[in-house]
Write a protein that binds this ligand. Structure first.
Ligand code: G3I
Length: 472
């Protein structure tokens, strides 16, 4: 784990602007999620909508962190063919151009879906639906030929019980519409990876069984299909325990899997314990993808909480992404970085991650039975700090108190995996019931959020049960 100092110089850098900061962090050799993911043979993506592109704080994060872009709405049928035979690719083109400008690929989303479907399609006589579907797929996939990595050819085809949705396509063609759509897309753009995408198919259940059986049957018939998209709109603490096994069984059919729309919604207001759980949830998803060879990447649905569809759809829920409303990284971001084999080492507002430890040290002192690695992510008025304590001694620590002095102007507003008192000055963090015992070599990570008035530096030294800890 890297050690970082967020000092005055870093604070000054932060107020110069998010876009410049993201660029300079990158130029300095720090890496974002995308670089860490690429080192593992994966991508890390986000959904973007047209309006997102004019938000500098958002695009600074997008450019630094993501190498795959999914248009949030711009390639859907209601946008691309609002009336029969009349096409509008301008919004989708804008997303593609932006993605290209930041060196990202594009997941085309989507060609056939019961939702965001213009009423002229569902009003067609059933005898005309197949021709309309094939024309739509051919025209759109041809327009974007060579510009998209993949297509969600059919989106959300299943009901929760594993039966197919009775939408306009099913009504006209029966279950065969799916094979027809895949074949049509393949003819238009043989280079694009062709996916079926759905939600609530992340764990093993009736719906994912149905998707499994469908993919198995399509493969047996020689229908072109390359992957299954697991949308992954999770509820806090409810990432299915069968996620990895489910990914693995699809991979065993000879298709890839991708986490296509990851978010993890929290009942508001989100507590620090909630954010800690969310970090575990995100890490579990990334770890599952890294473990399954056929999992090609993970995409989050929107850059930050401000861009998420969750509050508008699930009343009282939100805080579902890795970035808060101000595009500051949340604990889930650090957890993903760690899962990808990196470490958060820069107090960057766009939270670039580093694959190698930073040489700076924030905790000094004589050698003792403890080691402290401290990671600060700061913005102009606040910071989060994650502190990993390691027992470097030869005896088990049973109950601990971590002492340190907060720089002037810093006030703790919340803490996770510890209780910190008082809120400023010389403070003590005490273990909770579940992390008080540290066997030799064992480590635990605690953290806090604080406000600051210009000095976002890390504490200069730490003591554990009164003994100085080394930095590391
Ligand atoms: O463009 C109109 C605007 O003119 C109007 O004033 C406004 C009033 O409500 O609506 C705007 O359209 C909205 C559209 O997003 C564009 O912002 C629709 O109401 C709204 O329903 C639509 O929501 C999208 C949703 O799909 C539709 O099902 C979300 O942005 C989009 O994030 C979401 O994405 C889906 C994936 O495609 C498939 N998986 C689930 C995921 C989340 O729902």
């Amino acid at each position: 784990m890297a050690v970082a100092v967020a000092g005055l110089a870093a604070g000054a850098l932060l107020v110069t602007g998010l876009a410049a900061e993201a660029g300079s962090a990158s130029a300095a050799g720090s890496a974002g999620l995308k670089t860490l993911a690429e080192a593992k043979g994966r991508y890390f993506g986000t959904a973007l909508t047209q309006s997102n592109l004019s938000v500098p704080a958002l695009t600074a994060v997008a450019a630094a962190q993501f190498d795959m872009v999914t248009p949030g709405n711009e390639m859907k049928w209601d946008t691309t063919e609002p009336s029969n035979g009349s096409y509008n690719f301008a919004p989708g083109d804008q997303i593609v151009s932006y993605a290209q400008s930041i060196g990202a690929k594009v997941r085309g989303h989507n060609l056939v879906w019961h939702s965001q479907l213009p009423s002229w399609v569902s009003s067609l006589p059933t005898a005309q639906v197949q021709a309309a579907m094939e024309a739509h797929i051919t025209t759109e996939a041809t327009h974007y030929k060579g510009k998209v990595y993949s297509w969600d050819v059919v989106n959300e085809p299943f009901n929760e019980d594993g039966t197919l949705r009775q939408d306009a396509f099913y009504a006209a063609m029966g279950s065969g519409y799916i094979a027809d759509a895949l074949r049509t897309a393949h003819a238009a753009d043989p280079g694009a990876k062709l996916y079926l995408n759905d939600y609530n198919i992340e764990g093993e259940n009736a719906k994912s069984d149905a998707m499994y059986n469908l993919v198995s049957s399509l493969k047996a018939q020689g229908v072109p299909i390359d992957g299954v998209g697991l949308e992954s709109h999770f509820i806090l603490g409810q990432v299915p325990s069968t996620l990895q096994a489910n990914m693995q069984r699809f991979a065993a059919l000879g298709v890839n899997v991708a986490v296509t729309e990851l978010d993890d919604r929290i009942q508001l207001p989100a507590s620090s314990a909630n954010l800690s759980q969310q970090a575990s949830d995100y890490a579990a998803v990334v770890n599952a993808c890294l473990t399954v060879t056929g999992c090609v990447g993970v995409s989050q649905w929107g850059v930050g909480d401000a861009d998420s569809w969750i509050p508008g759809t699930f009343s009282g829920y939100g805080a579902a992404t890795m970035y808060d409303n101000n595009y500051q990284p949340k604990p889930a971001y650090s957890a993903v970085v760690t899962a990808l084999g990196g470490s958060t080492s820069s107090p960057s507002a766009s939270a670039s991650a580093s694959a190698s430890p930073s040489p700076s040290a924030s905790a000094t002192g004589s050698a003792g039975a403890c080691k402290v690695a401290d990671v600060v992510n700061a913005w102009n008025t606040g910071l989060t700090e994650n502190i990993t304590l390691t027992n470097t001694g030869s005896t088990t620590i049973s109950g601990w108190s971590l002492g340190f002095t907060l720089p002037a102007g810093q006030t703790v507003t919340s803490a996770w995996n510890t209780t910190i008192t008082p809120a400023s000055g010389t403070v003590t963090g005490v273990n909770l019931s579940y992390n008080g015992t540290l066997a030799p070599g064992a480590a635990t990570t605690i953290g806090f959020q604080a406000t600051h008035t210009g000095n976002a530096a890390a504490p200069a030294a730490f003591t554990l049960n009164g003994r100085s800890c080394t930095a590391g």
